[in-house]
Design a protein around this ligand. Structure first.
Ligand code: ADP
Ligand code: MG
Length: 338
């Protein structure tokens, strides 16, 4: 098996370039000093970037290079989806040790490029370096959105309904089982290793004009809803009974009720969480049916301090103290696995 140190930087870039079919809007992609790209008339540019460091964000004990490639791209597409945009262009920064196997890098690239192709996104540039130790992957995505139609975190209003797509907690449950040395059921493992960015949904929600605030769920429902509350300066109350769960998740909770917490605080679901006026809800639920994505109302926004209240099945309320994962201040720097 060939090592990266034998292949070399330029040969690797050539191999990457050979696998890319330039899509619409690419005047110059990989191979020049900068990418030269078109932005459709009347649209604004959305840019998002993510850094993934081996052992901090992913671990090859659990994650295959192909899954890592898929996930590194998918989580970036998810950020564009959360603004209501269309992802178009991708940049890939890659630092690997010289001892990395070319086969692993090719598998990583195959996972990444399958995601870009599935979403009509073109890899238009990047940077490639030798790392003194861990793999470091930096993905930047550019998307566009009709001028003035992007959905921020700051527009939630008192009286708005809080809605979430899909189901919650599957990814965190899969990770919990992996860390316990158990093999999660395939459907859960897939939710963890191969999340799907809700791009079509995000775009349709922006086009509807009725969504007031939106975010994608990367850190966990409580923490990410907290970002909307802070940015919008409003409070919210969630109905715990209404949090959407998958069958395997419900089965795991039946065996171990403490796992229910993962629907609220588990990260990496990459579902969309958004708010809208109650009168708009029927049309949006219909939109979900058309896209074959479940949408579930889970609570309501109210005026006041940006706090989150949780109400259980019998109406007892408690204040949620949930904090998001902070890379610098969290006591244990847990491996979150990509
Ligand atoms: P420069 O010296 O100007 O930074 P490089 O030799 O690093 O140029 O890169 C040459 C071309 O290959 C550039 O277009 C760059 O964007 C692209 N490129 C480098 N690494 C990657 C990568 N990992 N993925 C995609 N494109 C890359
Ligand atoms: Mg360079």
């Amino acid at each position: 098996m060939m090592k990266l140190s034998e292949l070399g930087e330029f040969a690797l870039i050539d191999r990457i370039r050979a696998q890319v079919t330039p899509g619409a809007g690419v005047v110059r992609g990989i191979g020049d000093d900068a990418a030269q790209l078109e932005i459709p008339a009347g649209e604004q540019l959305l840019t998002s970037t993510d850094l993934l460091i081996e052992t901090s964000h992913f671990d090859f004990t659990w994650t295959s290079p192909a899954d890592l490639g898929h996930k590194a791209v998918a989580v970036n597409l998810s950020d564009i989806a959360a603004m209501g945009g269309t992802p178009r262009y991708l940049y890939l920064g890659l630092a690997c040790p010289g001892s990395a196997e070319v086969e692993a890098i090719e598998a990583f690239m195959a996972g990444a490029l399958a995601q870009t192709e599935a979403h009509g996104v073109t890899l238009v540039g990047g940077d490639t370096c030798r790392s003194p130790g861990p793999w470091v992957v930096s993905v930047t995505v550019e998307g566009t959105v009709a001028a003035g139609c992007a959905i921020g975190r700051d527009g939630a209003r008192p009286g708005d309904v809080v809605v979430v797509s899909g189901v919650l907690g599957d990814s965190a449950l899969a990770l919990t089982q992996l860390l316990r040395g158990q093999q999660p059921p395939d459907s859960l493992a897939r939710r963890h290793h191969r999340p799907e960015a809700r791009v079509a949904l995000g775009r349709a929600l922006a086009e509807s004009g009725s969504v007031t605030a939106m975010i994608d769920l990367s850190d966990g429902l409580a923490s990410d809803l907290g970002h909307i509350l802070e940015a919008s300066q409003v409070g919210a109350c969630l109905e715990l009974e209404s949090l959407p769960r998958s069958e395997p998740f419900a089965a795991a909770v039946q065996a171990d009720p403490a796992l229910l917490e993962l629907a609220l605080s588990g990260g990496e679901d990459y579902e969309l969480l958004f708010t809208l006026a109650e009168a708009e809800l029927p049309a949006i639920l219909e939109l979900g049916r058309r896209l074959k994505l479940s949408l579930t109302p889970i609570g309501r926004i109210h005026a006041g301090a940006p706090t989150l209240t949780l109400r259980d099945a019998v109406g007892n309320e408690r204040l949620c103290q949930q904090q998001g994962f902070d890379h610098f201040s969290s006591p244990k720097a847990e491996v979150s696995d990509a």
